[in-house]
Design a protein around this ligand. Structure first.
Ligand code: GFB
Length: 323
């Protein structure tokens, strides 16, 4: 990517997009643009096309998405599939019509088949049944990957996709019901300590494993891939080879282990109550990130340090996050 090329970060205000903007600025990229959802509704094709025609970005990070934790995915399945399908097809098509040089599409490790062998290799995509709690979201993200690869095959474009693990970091959604496990539980623990509550209720059995990745590491990997990884390198020998690439840290922990870290970081010494009426979701989904690691990239933020940093950020900014 040229340092002065125009870079559109779709979803620049969200957890993922804001981390990418921070990383791009840190690396000296000078021409970054974004639009709030109140200014540009990417589910509307005509508006998306008008924006691209006016701005003509050179590069696109497609981070705009309808996302949420296990409860939100199970409760709003129609919203998760339709909004993600609309946004990704509008952005990818508009990018093509306006000759965007390179695009990165953000998917997620939660779109692998539920029973796939571990660690998850990119070629396992679409080889089995999906986890039911987030199947609509997964179907939309799989369609996004396929869209990128189809454009690459038919038109020789350079659209790459990535599959990060469970992301966390500053600016997350700390909603107690709709958020992902790490931010939701972090808030539960903070509030329990402040209220002097003797218990914290955690969903499920605690036996599910998750691979947590700090958004600053994810953003570092995304910019690295935009700088060093091209779709055509892989599609030339086998036009149907998956070019989507995992972004993980290579280590996962159980929800029980996560709870122990959160209790320690927040100073909670009470009892954990496990609400086993709530789902565990996918039992495990650790990614094989060897493709990315073999290019020379490595994560830098240890989980405990990342959680401590996110905790301090939450304490400093929680009024803003709640509004
Ligand atoms: O992050 P999370 O909601 O989603 O984590 P997934 C769910 C796991 O954490 C389950 C346990 O094993 C839950 O039983 N858990 C325990 C909790 N307490 C809580 C809590 O208070 N809140 C939440 N949310 N979970 C998502 C997908 O799956 O992964 C999305 O649904 C997305 O589509 C994301 O891709 C990365 O990891 O199960």
């Amino acid at each position: 990517m040229r340092k002065d090329g125009k870079i559109y970060v779709a979803g620049h205000g969200g957890l993922v997009g804001s981390a990418i903007v921070r990383k791009l600025k840190e690396k000296g990229y000078t021409n970054i643009i974004g639009r709030r959802s109140s200014e540009l509704d990417l589910t509307r094709q005509a508006d998306t096309e008008a924006f691209f025609a006016a701005e003509k970005p050179d590069y696109v990070f497609m981070c705009a998405a309808k996302v949420g934790g296990i409860y939100a995915n199970s409760t709003y399945p129609a919203d998760f599939i339709i909004r993600n399908l609309q946004m990704e097809s509008n952005v990818i098509q508009a990018a093509f019509q306006n000759h965007v040089e390179k695009l990165m599409f953000m998917a997620s490790s939660c779109i692998y088949p539920r029973e796939a062998p571990m660690p998850l290799k990119e070629e396992y995509l679409l080889t089995g049944q999906l986890e039911t709690t987030n199947r609509p979201y997964a179907m939309a993200k799989l369609a996004g990957i396929e869209l990128c690869e189809a454009y690459n095959r038919q038109y020789g474009t350079n659209y790459i996709s990535c599959l990060p693990g469970n992301l966390y970091g500053p600016g997350d959604n700390f909603d107690l019901e709709n958020g992902h496990v790490l931010p939701s539980l972090l808030r539960k623990f903070v509030e329990a300590v402040e209220a002097g509550s003797p218990t914290v209720t955690v969903w499920g059995t605690g036996t599910a494993y998750r691979e947590f990745l700090h958004t600053d590491d994810m953003a570092d990997a995304c910019v690295f891939l935009m700088e060093h990884y091209d779709a055509d390198k892989l599609v030339k020998p086998d036009p149907y080879a998956r070019e989507a690439i995992n972004i993980g840290c290579g280590e996962d922990i159980t929800i029980k282990e996560l709870v122990a870290i959160l209790a320690e970081v927040t100073g909670f010494h009470g009892e954990i109550v496990w609400d086993t009426t709530k789902p565990d979701g996918t039992p495990r989904k650790i990614a094989d990130s060897s493709k990315l690691f073999s290019m020379g990239w490595r994560p830098k933020i240890a989980l405990r340090d990342g959680i401590r940093q996110t905790y301090l950020d939450y304490l400093a900014n929680r009024d803003k996050y709640r509004s």
